[in-house]
Ligand binder design. Structure first.
Ligand code: CA
Length: 487
């Protein structure tokens, strides 16, 4: 039975006869007519490709996520659309390249921009289908009121508004019952220089704790998630859980401190594993397993430079902040008993861009038709449909607005471009490099010279992308960008 689920069975409703071809063709709508599935997205921050037991970690123990993989499917060629936080989240929630929605760079406490209210987020799309929605964790798509989760489709929000190594925006609204830590007062928050790595915790649109005790966050997020699932059990729900760990500075609760052979980073991942187990157990206990689709992945690769969070993307090259595979290929596990085959590995290309159109299809929700959405429906890959192939012809690796690489099939081309050019030395022309990711997942052997036709084809795909959403490395802005929100 492992490979036995076909697409029609996958999209059909358990126990309901999906008898006619027309019903099968309607697919997602047939599900939605009964009760649309629940969705849970667990999105960690800066976790490496290797940093789960089921992805080969030699020394981090993740029994709960390994069990999730044994009951579900591992995606081993799964990508995020950016190598840093803000743009990666923009892609997940809009189904679009972050450059298309003009959020290609990390936002800071002084940033006055955020996600545009003209975009339709995954949460808005599902909310329109009657879903209960919540965001618990790190947002990072703008911390000013017009950009907060509660303005973009989430019924409720608990979490930190951006990265946990940032500070506070002294103008933030503060709740009446705010908890001040470390001798903080409202006056100090408004006037003093912000505390290094002192971040505020939000509930809804107001600060409820500052600076938040970060060692408590995974526990609190988990409790909040369990509460939300329990309260929402009688209607479809969407739980978006973007953990702010293992982004540096690392914090862990007392229960997990010193437990992992891998040091603090391992402790942090093991606590997130516990959290994931709590969430899946809640789903199981409530009898919702067969109607709940859970995706676990990370927003970008491990921080190997500067902060050095201790993660590993092996066997991939490099990590966060780069367009090498280690920066943008992530461990990914999908779980939905009865719908996603158990114990399977999907080696087809997929990306967070695909989550929005796929969930929309499964929920019977409308994807906006008046604009370009980059992601594709990957439900056939999720169902393990025989012979299902990635629907993505080409995938583009950006850093900021600069297009650095293009992927098509097994080939990845790092584009020729100028690099360096600081005070010390003149800019260098870096030639194109081609890698065969099937034979060389570590991007070690440049085979450009031996495959000129492949290089030409991928360069043509890159050129199409430059015309579409631009490339700062060539001084082009593209014709299909949409503005981000401004406050
Ligand atoms: Ca990140």
């Amino acid at each position: 039975m492992e490979h036995g689920l076909n697409r029609r069975e996958f999209l059909g409703v358990a126990g309901a006869a999906v008898a006619t071809a027309s019903q099968a063709a309607r697919g997602g709508e047939a599900v939605a007519a009964q009760r649309p599935p629940n969705f849970i997205v667990i999105f960690t921050d800066d976790q490496g490709y290797q940093d789960l037991g089921c992805f080969g970690s030699p020394d981090i123990k993740t029994p709960c996520i390994d069990k999730m993989a044994a009951e579900g499917t591992r995606f081993t060629d799964f990508h995020v659309a950016a190598c840093v936080c803000t743009p990666s989240r923009a892609a997940l929630l809009t189904g679009c390249y972050p450059q298309r929605v003009s959020l290609p760079n990390v936002l800071f406490p002084g940033s006055k921009v955020g996600i545009s209210d003209k975009e339709t987020t995954l949460a808005e799309l599902l909310k329109a289908r009657g879903y209960a929605t919540t965001c618990i964790g790190k947002w990072h798509l703008g911390h000013l009121p017009p950009f907060l989760p509660t303005r973009h489709g989430f019924d409720s929000y608990l979490g930190i508004p951006y990265s946990n190594d940032m500070t506070v925006d002294p103008t933030m609204e503060v709740a009446d019952d705010v908890k001040w830590n470390g001798g903080m007062t409202l006056e100090k928050m408004r006037k003093d220089k912000p505390i290094r790595h002192g971040v505020p915790l939000f509930r809804g649109e107001k600060v409820v704790e500052y600076p938040v005790d970060q060692a408590t966050l995974v526990t609190r997020y988990t409790e909040e998630a369990v509460k939300f699932i329990t309260a929402s059990k009688d209607k479809p729900f969407f739980l978006y859980l973007p953990h702010n760990m293992p982004h540096v500075p690392l914090f862990v609760s007392e229960r997990f401190k010193g437990k992992s052979k891998r040091g603090l980073y391992g402790d942090v991942i093991e606590e997130i594993d516990w959290s994931t187990g709590q969430i899946l157990d809640t789903v199981r206990k409530l009898g919702l397993a067969e109607n709940t689709c859970v995706v676990y992945t990370s927003d970008n690769g491990p921080w190997l430079i500067m902060g050095r969070n201790g993660g590993s993307a092996l066997p991939l090259r490099d990590g966060k902040g780069t367009t090498w595979e280690g920066g943008m290929r992530e461990p990914c596990v999908m779980w939905w008993p009865g719908r996603i085959p158990a114990g399977k590995t999907c080696a087809e290309f997929a990306a967070t861009l695909d989550i929005l159109p796929t969930f929309a299809k499964l929920a019977g929700a409308e994807v906006p038709k008046d604009r370009i959405i980059d992601g594709k429906d990957i439900s056939p890959l999720m169902s393990g449909a025989e012979g299902a192939k990635s629907p993505t012809e080409a995938f583009f690796y950006y850093r900021g607005y600069g297009l650095e690489a293009v992927r098509s099939g097994k080939w990845k081309l790092h584009l020729a471009r100028k690099t360096g050019g600081g005070k010390a030395k003149a800019a260098q022309e870096r030639p194109a490099e081609l890698y065969d990711l099937e034979a060389d997942i570590s991007e070690k052997n440049n085979v450009a010279a031996a495959n000129p036709d492949v290089v030409k084809r991928l360069e043509e795909l890159a050129e199409r992308c430059r015309e579409d959403i631009g490339d700062a490395n060539r001084g082009t802005t593209g014709k299909n960008r949409r503005p981000c929100g401004t406050a």
